[in-house]
Design a protein around this ligand. Structure first.
Ligand code: 1VU
Length: 343
């Protein structure tokens, strides 16, 4: 099951630490009544996304200077990287003409974000060209940068060149359970250890503004080393609506950092993350998309070593169009799982 490591890192990674010795539920197919009950308990998808009303709604303090506040803070008590990248892209986009769209960004997380104070975003108008426009954004807390970000915007242009990989074949989101539904299934087991019950209830109480449906929830229950690859459907909770492509890119920036780095830990279930944090994050936006509609996040880690891991991801639209590519390197400090540290 996805997607938050519950120990010190708090960087929204796997929750398999919590579930690592919980046996998976029996194979499950919901009855019609359960489906109706489940639909009734879903948060109203028509409500405006908190990502739009709050997280990405920056306050303008001066020309090219903005202030952002926090919504969900991971258990590590350091700010969620996706939030900082998303807010930095909002700040950059504010000084860019409406006919230009974000096509890429490159960021370094240079200090941990402090959840106790807001973040200031200072934009430098690096260059305005005929087709491309570049902005450099510094996210600042306590007078020091926590993130440096370069974002580039492009005027959409016709081109005879076009190719993309083919989207993997996976079950549609309607046939899969959300992370919360999977947790409820585990919680319904009478023989669940108390510590696991507490950990899972804490996870349920978190207000992550993203919905996730893992393609293969079984592999989150097991201690068997797995290939460093995973896929899940993901979307912003709540309604955003069509039209504002710049905003959808900022939401995608938020979403893309969630549960991404944990892909590099999949081959090592016998190690527990002591400290993980993203070091850098890069994105390329290829097509229009709706970040409040299900997108398939295909994640893989081609390399780990020297206490670091590289992850690469693709966000696919449901109709098979490749919408976004992402890359990230993170620090991965782990220690072996001992029997006593298991649930
Ligand atoms: C989903 C992913 C996310 O959202 S993560 C959130 C976004 N990313 C971040 O917040 C990362 C921000 N960047 C940083 O915090 C720094 O650049 C990091 C990555 C920590 C740089 O590391 P470093 O240069 O080692 O920093 P530092 O000297 O301040 O130490 C931080 C803590 O790490 C420890 N550390 C350091 N080196 C080692 C080592 N070789 N082996 C073991 N531990 C090491 C330091 O002691 C320090 O620990 P502590 O904070 O004092 O407990």
């Amino acid at each position: 099951m996805a997607e938050k490591r519950t120990d010190e890192d708090g960087c929204s990674e796997e929750i398999n630490t919590t579930l690592s010795n919980v046996s998976p539920p029996e194979s499950y197919s919901p009855s019609e009544d359960e489906c109706l009950e489940r639909a009734a308990s879903q948060p109203d998808q028509d409500l405006k996304s908190v990502l739009v009303t709050s997280v990405l709604n920056l306050e303008e303090l001066d020309i090219d200077l903005f202030r952002g506040t926090h919504h969900w803070v991971p258990r590590s008590r350091r700010l969620f990287g996706g939030q900082i990248v998303g807010q930095a892209l909002v700040a950059a986009a504010k000084s860019v003409n409406d006919n230009l769209y974000a096509h890429s960004l490159h960021c370094y997380f240079v200090r941990a974000g402090d959840p106790k104070v807001p973040v200031l975003y200072q934009v430098d108008r690096t260059r305005d060209g005929r087709s491309f426009t570049v902005r450099s954004v510094k996210a600042i807390q306590h007078g020091q940068p926590i993130l440096i970000c370069q974002a580039s915007f492009h005027m959409s242009q016709p081109s005879p060149l076009h190719h993309q990989f083919t989207m993997p074949e996976v079950p549609p989101p309607e046939d899969l359970l959300t992370v919360e539904e999977l947790i409820h299934l585990v919680l319904s087991k009478a023989d669940l250890a108390e510590k696991a019950r507490i950990g899972l209830n804490k996870l349920l109480a978190e207000e992550v503004p993203i919905e996730i449906k893992p393609i293969n929830p079984q592999h989150f229950y097991t201690l068997v080393p797995a290939e460093p690859k995973k896929m899940f459907w993901v979307r912003a909770r709540g309604h955003i609506g069509e039209g504002n492509m710049k905003l959808h890119c900022c939401v995608a920036a938020y979403v893309s950092d969630y549960a991404f780095l944990g892909t590099a830990l999949l081959p090592y279930p016998n190690y527990r993350a002591q400290f993980t944090a993203s070091l850098d994050h890069a994105m390329w936006f290829h097509s229009t998309f709706r970040s409040d509609d299900w997108m398939l996040y295909e994640c893989e880690s081609p390399w780990a070593g020297s206490c670091r891991g590289l992850v690469q991801g693709r966000l696919w639209r449901r109709d098979g169009v490749l919408a976004v590519s992402c890359s990230q390197e993170g620090v991965l400090r782990v220690k072996p799982v001992t029997h006593s540290s298991k649930l």
